[in-house]
Design a protein around this ligand. Structure first.
Ligand SMILES: *Cc1c(COP(=O)(O)O)cnc(C)c1O
Length: 398
């Protein structure tokens, strides 16, 4: 055919791949669409009679394989199967699950200390659309039951555990049982724990959302999110439809980075947990530290609950410095090894001073009502040699 085509055509024509054996590692499918051998195949794939990819916004082999790995992890060891869809960010996944499952007039029961972006989504985007959030302390099961009993328009209970910045935990099994009694859906943001530490679906939740940007990727080089669920009908119709029509799909490159990150999830989470426990114990014994929030310490109010519903305690902790705002800023400036960054879950240790960084625009009373005092420091403990982390923190404290 080369003999008969013009030069421009040779340049533009897509060639068939000349691969002979299967690639061992998942390839990055950088293609916006898929083509069909025959018109009949096209019809069958469009009708869902034949499995096949159609258009990149609906998924592709890189994206779907990554989603499948995450679904396997969230249902590991269970007698049910899960399904996952990847989104362009954690926020896209959260908007996908909320807009996919709720309509005007519905309400969401949630807690005050969820991710700031999620609260923003509920108040600034969903509320004007007629979907209202009701806030309560989800650790108070009696209160939760009362609210659900009195509010038939609540359709969903949305929670995050452990939650920023005090690592407060919610009992997923208890909240799921109460919610199901009143026929409410339960959605859990499992970003902090990952399926290695906690499996919300196994504890009764209906849907899990992730910012895979954090621990699942683990290397701080992609932004993506996911919705995982065990109700195939809801996943394949409501969630996938919302993903397709809102267009918040993940791209192949970020999916591929996430896929690679997940290969070492268990190793990383074990080391994060080991290191964080040592950092927490050392901080707790320091005289310039007022208080340490780490669920691995038996001084944390949710330690027993965390022990029950999690495999280990993870890499996130926060602590309060004596000396407030100035002490907090001085501490941050003296760090040489740990990095000041407003993310979490990377292999290296990241430190945040909410009062002067993430929450600088939030009124002091509002911050403090959510446990964010002037001297509060949040640490995402990395997997480095723990001695190097400790020396840096001790030096910055002195
Ligand atoms: C970061 C984060 C999100 C938002 O995820 P993005 O990937 O940044 O959109 C949601 N929930 C939690 C708990 C987070 O830490």
């Amino acid at each position: 055919m080369n003999n008969t085509l013009g030069f421009n055509s040779l340049c533009a024509k897509e060639l068939a791949e000349n691969r002979t054996t299967r690639p061992h590692a998942l390839p990055i499918y950088a293609t916006s669409s898929f083509d069909f051998e025959t018109i009949q195949q096209g019809i069958d794939v469009f009708l869902g009679k034949e499995e096949g990819h159609i258009y990149g916004r609906f998924g592709n082999p890189t994206i779907d394989t990554t989603a499948r790995k995450l679904a396997q992890l969230e249902s590991f060891g269970q007698d049910f199967e899960a399904k996952a869809y990847l989104f362009s960010s954690g926020m896209a996944a959260i908007s996908g699950v909320l807009l996919g499952l709720l309509k005007a007039g519905d309400k969401i029961l949630t807690q005050g200390n969820i991710y700031g972006g999620t609260t923003g989504l509920m108040t600034e985007i969903l509320q004007p659309l007629g979907i209202e959030a009701v806030y309560t302390d989800l650790r108070n099961a009696v209160k939760v039951e009362q609210i659900l009993y009195n509010n038939p328009s609540i359709k969903m209970v949305y929670l995050e555990t452990p939650a920023n910045p005090t690592l407060a935990c919610v009992d997923i099994a208890v909240i799921s049982a109460i919610s199901h009694e009143y026929k409410k859906l339960v959605v859990v943001d499992n970003t902090f724990a990952t399926p290695y530490l906690q499996q919300p679906l196994a504890l009764g939740a209906d849907f899990v959302v992730h910012s895979t940007t954090k621990y699942l990727n683990g290397h701080g080089n992609s932004i993506a999110g996911a919705v995982v669920g065990r109700d195939m009908d809801a996943m394949e119709n409501k969630i996938w439809k919302t993903l397709k029509l809102l267009g918040g799909n993940c791209n192949a490159w970020d999916a591929w980075l996430t896929y690679n990150g997940m290969k070492t999830l268990a190793l990383r989470m074990r080391q994060h947990s080991l290191n964080a426990m040592q950092v927490a114990r050392t901080l707790a014994a320091h005289d310039k530290v007022e208080k340490v929030n780490y669920i691995g310490l038996d001084t944390h109010p949710d330690h027993e609950l965390a022990k029950r519903q999690m495999r280990d305690f993870g890499g996130m902790l926060s602590f309060e410095l004596k000396g407030g705002l100035e002490a907090g800023k001085a501490f941050m400036d003296k760090l040489r090894f740990c990095t000041l960054a407003p993310t979490l879950g990377d292999v290296d240790t990241l430190i945040l001073h909410p009062a002067s960084m993430s929450h600088i625009g939030v009124a002091k009373e509002v911050r403090e009502a959510n446990g964010i005092t002037d001297g509060l420091i949040r640490i995402s403990v990395g997997i480095e040699n723990v001695e190097d982390i400790l020396v840096d923190i001790m030096t910055a404290l002195s």
